[in-house]
Structures are given as C-alpha cells and as structure tokens.
Ligand binder design. Structure first.
Ligand code: GLP
Length: 244
C-alpha cells in the first residue's frame, strides 16, 4: 500500500499489529512479532508506544524476535540494536522482558553457532512468527541478509557488505568502528513468518523498492525473494513508490 507520508504508513502498520495483538489476547494466545531496526521502523514504534499509553494496548501476550545485531557489540553500546529496541520501544511498553529476543552481540565466538541454532529453536517453540516487520537496505538486504544470501539461509553470522557499513557509518564515531560482522535471521527464517510487512520511506529507497517488488526473483536482491511469500505487503510512502 502507498501512503502520503511515513507517519500515515507507520500508523497503518501499527493498527494491523494492534488488531493482531488484540485478537490473540481474545483467544488467550501469544502474539509473536519479528522486529526490525534502522531508521525505517522508528515511527512505527513511536505509534505503538502511543497506542499503549493512550489506548491501553497491552504487550503482555507479545513475544518478540529481532532480525539482527552487529557482531561483536556490547549490549549497551550506543549503536547496538539491543539498545535501539529498548530506547525506541521496549522501555515504554508493558512487555515481559523474558519475551524479548535479540541476537546476542556479546556471545563468545565459539558459541555463535549454537546461539544461532537456539535462536531458530526459540522461534519454533514460541509457535512461529505471526508478523515480521522489515526495512530494506539500499542494496536490497533484509535483516543483514546481503546480496547472495540463499533462500534456504537460517540465523547465522554474516559479513557486512562495504556499502552497508558505509550506509550505517553515521551511527558510529568513525567508519573503521562499524562492525564487519553481524548475526541475522536467515531468508528462510523470514519466509516462515505467517505475514510479512516491508516498509520503505523516501526517494533514496525508490530504485531498490522497484527491483524488490517488480524485478526478477534474484538472490542478488534479497528482498525480491519475498515475492515468493503469499502474505507479504510493501508499505511505502509516495517517494519510495515513485519508480513502481
Ligand atoms: C540496516 C538493518 C536492516 C534495515 C536496513 C535499512 O542495516 N540491518 O534491518 O532494514 O539496514 O536501514 P534504514 O531503515 O535505516 O534505512
């Protein structure tokens, strides 16, 4: 769907999340959300916080799994996705801390493999992701699944593209401090979600949104693999939709 601006698009996504949470509450079920970081979902999280404060939306039955985290990075580092999620969402809602899952940027190197396997198991044990939120990188990445990521990929340690390190360098004091690695859910992890919403705002995303939505299904544009999902929506502002 195409919206006049990112606030309207974010509000529409927040409404879908709120009604999913409420319908699960009515059935006494948990609601499992896959969450993203970056600038794109910030206004979605602000709207969810508003719905919690002003309309009593409770997150007591919500379980979350974040897509990705830099590696290595300390939990409290300014640039960590762990900190981002707490500052932008978790600190302001009534979610149970034990229901929050984010790949661990502090895990020792020799434990990364088992951590990734466990992350996949935790998703399955929770009943699977009901709704996965995504942004999109300029090179078509989703999570940190860079071009060339297999449709079969699972949660794993990946090497960031140089273009991704450049794009994200504004968050770090110097370019060399941008981590070279990350832990990310795989494409197959994302594809297993029962519903997927990819959000993109602004003119800079227009070319990659066009390739992802209308181009060939191609592992070189990881977001294009979403065309194979049967419950996916792209939520865009007019600028990001300009090349469709
Ligand atoms: C980051 C994240 C992605 C995000 C993308 C776009 O590197 N790992 O999950 O969707 O790049 O970022 P932004 O929303 O700031 O444009």
């Amino acid at each position: 769907s195409i919206h006049g601006n990112l606030k309207q698009g974010s509000a529409a996504v927040a409404q879908e999340i709120a009604s999913l949470i409420r319908s699960k509450q009515a059935k006494n079920e948990n609601c499992v959300l896959g969450l993203a970081t970056g600038s794109t979902p910030k206004s979605l999280y602000a709207e969810l916080v508003r719905l919690h404060r002003e309309e009593g939306l409770s997150f007591k039955n919500v379980i979350t799994f974040n897509l990705d985290e830099y590696y290595p990075i300390e939990h409290d580092a300014l640039q960590s996705y762990n900190r981002f999620m707490h500052v932008n969402l978790f600190d302001h809602i009534d979610i149970d801390p034990k229901n929050i899952h984010i790949p661990n940027g502090e895990i020792p190197k020799d434990k990364i493999k088992s951590h990734c396997i466990q992350y996949e198991e935790l998703i399955e044990q929770s009943g699977g992701i009901d709704l996965q939120i995504l942004g999109i990188g300029n090179n078509g990445h989703i999570g940190f699944n860079e071009p060339g990521s297999s449709i079969f990929s699972k949660t794993r340690l990946v090497t960031l593209d140089n273009s991704t390190r450049i794009a994200n360098s504004y968050e770090f004091p110097t370019f060399s401090q941008v981590p070279r690695l990350a832990i990310t859910m795989g494409i197959s992890t994302i594809m297993k979600a029962r519903r997927v919403i990819l959000m993109a705002w602004g003119p800079a995303k227009a070319p990659v949104v066009q390739k992802a939505a209308e181009g060939h299904v191609d592992e070189q544009i990881p977001a294009s693999l979403l065309q194979q999902h049967n419950e996916v929506s792209f939520v865009l502002d007019e600028a990001a939709a300009a090349e469709l």
